[in-house]
Design a protein around this ligand. Structure first.
Ligand code: SF4
Ligand code: SF4
Length: 109
C-alpha cells in the first residue's frame, strides 16, 4: 500500500503535515462530505457515489487481498474525481484543490 506524506503550505507557512494512504484519504473525504459527522457517514444513502461501499472502512467489501482492495480504491477515487470534474477527465490532472484528501491520489498511478 502506498503511504505518502501530506504537506499543505501557504507561502512559507506549513499548515498541516500528515501521513495518508488511499484508505485514509477515502475516509477523510467522507468526513469532509459529512461535515465531520461519523453518524452522517453511516447514514449516507448516496449509493451511486463511487466511495459509498468503502465509506466507513476504506475497504472494498468484496475484495479479499490487499492488492485488489488497493486497486478498487484507486479506481473508486478516480471515478469520484471524474464525477467532481463533471466527467471532464483532463481537468482531474489540473485540479488545484490541495485541501481535498484525494488530491495526491487523483491519478491512477
Ligand atoms: S460515500 Fe460519497 S456521498 Fe457518502 S459520505 Fe462518502 S463521499 Fe459523501
Ligand atoms: S482531488 Fe480534485 S478532482 Fe478529485 S475530488 Fe478532490 S477536488 Fe475533486
Amino acid at each position: 500500500m502506498s503511504i505518502r506524506i501530506r504537506e499543505i503550505r501557504i507561502g512559507k507557512e506549513e499548515l498541516r503535515k500528515m501521513y495518508v494512504n488511499r484508505r485514509v484519504a477515502v475516509k477523510m473525504r467522507c468526513k469532509d462530505c459529512c461535515a465531520g459527522s461519523n453518524l452522517a457517514i453511516q447514514a449516507c444513502d448516496a449509493a451511486k457515489c463511487p466511495l459509498f461501499l468503502m465509506r466507513m472502512t476504506g475497504i472494498w467489501p468484496r475484495a479479499n487481498t490487499e492488492s485488489s482492495r488497493e486497486n478498487h480504491r484507486k479506481h473508486a477515487i478516480r471515478d469520484y474525481c471524474l464525477h467532481c470534474m463533471n466527467g471532464q477527465r483532463q481537468f482531474i490532472h489540473e485540479c488545484i484543490d490541495i485541501q481535498c484528501s484525494l488530491w495526491e491520489f487523483r491519478s491512477l498511478k
